[in-house]
Design a protein around this ligand. Structure first.
Ligand SMILES: [Zn+2]
Length: 304
């Protein structure tokens, strides 16, 4: 049986939940130029937009990825008003790909037409509009468009992730609705009860999970992961999805300079062996730097 599957070169994906996660994805160097994240060196690769993501025919520089990086929670902690912090995040993980499929993942976002109008206006200024297909555009212009993100689009994607986290906290009783603050939702669309928060969560997360649907794939398995067929925004939604599936509870990092939300400590052990209870810090590096600060503080007091 196994041999037959090999012969016909069909592979089911994902085989296990852990394989849902890509093990690596391509990364480029970005710069922030006139409020647009763009690839510093767009030459040397071909990009086209397909039904379920970007296809790239290039020598990728692959970035290894572990689910305990919890990228969506890191994104939630980035100061959106600090361009340098944004660029640091983008150069580590990439742009969110909010524009993918002409905002396909945001079509059901409440009042999205209002937001899209602003996007269209900005893109008109920056790129001269949105291309209807790769053929309508000179190759280089199209590549720059799909490999770039206007800072306003990135902000919106990041705020959507924050609102989704807020919605999950409400639904899982980690936050009271009355104490919630919303960032992407317009005032008239803010959930007024827990059911509406749950509905918003489902409405926004579900379409973004589409690239990860189980399927049979013809051809040899790709051990490097399904890179190139999804966007970082989708991956963030997938991370949230798995946390929802396991009923994860958020913690605040006890490092006073970090304090970001996390579920599993990063950098401690291989995925699957993480302690998620009794852990105070989001990462081993946060634990170390806080321990050092505490030690210096004790020393100062002892010397005084
Ligand atoms: Zn931390």
């Amino acid at each position: 049986m196994r041999a037959d599957i090999q012969r016909f070169r069909i592979s089911p994906w994902p085989i296990s939940a852990e394989l849902l996660f890509p093990s690596a994805w391509p990364r480029w160097r970005y710069r922030l130029h006139h409020n647009v994240f763009e690839v510093s060196d767009p030459d040397g690769f071909e990009v086209s937009e397909t039904a379920d993501g970007y296809e790239m025919s290039v020598e990728h520089r692959l970035v290894p990825y572990a689910p305990d990086e919890e990228i969506y929670l890191q994104l939630a902690a980035v100061d959106l008003d600090d361009p340098r912090a944004l660029l640091r995040f983008v150069n580590r993980y990439g742009i969110l790909g909010v524009r993918f499929g002409r905002y396909a993942f945001f079509r059901d976002f409440p009042s999205f037409w209002e937001i899209e109008r602003k996007f269209d206006e900005a893109l008109g200024h920056i790129f001269g509009g949105y291309p209807s297909s790769a053929d309508d555009w000179p190759d280089s212009a199209y590549r720059v468009l799909v490999l770039s993100e206007w800072i306003g689009e990135f902000h919106f994607g990041a705020r959507c992730i924050r609102d989704l986290i807020t919605a999950w906290k409400i639904v899982s009783k980690q936050l009271d609705l009355s104490a919630a603050s919303w960032e992407a939702l317009l005032p008239q669309d803010v959930p007024t009860d827990e059911n509406e928060a749950a509905e918003f969560l489902a409405t926004l997360v579900t379409p973004a999970l589409k690239p990860f649907h189980p399927r049979l794939e013809v051809g040899p398995p790709e051990p490097a992961g399904r890179y190139g067929k999804w966007t970082l925004y989708s991956l963030c939604c997938l991370e949230l999805f798995t946390h929802i599936a396991e009923g994860a509870v958020y913690r605040h990092c006890a490092n006073s300079r970090c304090q970001r939300l996390f579920v599993r400590q990063h950098g401690r052990a291989k995925y699957g062996q993480h302690r998620s209870t009794g852990v105070l810090y989001c990462s081993t590096s946060c634990a170390k730097s806080q321990a050092q600060r505490n030690w210096r503080e004790r020393k100062r007091r002892a010397e005084a």
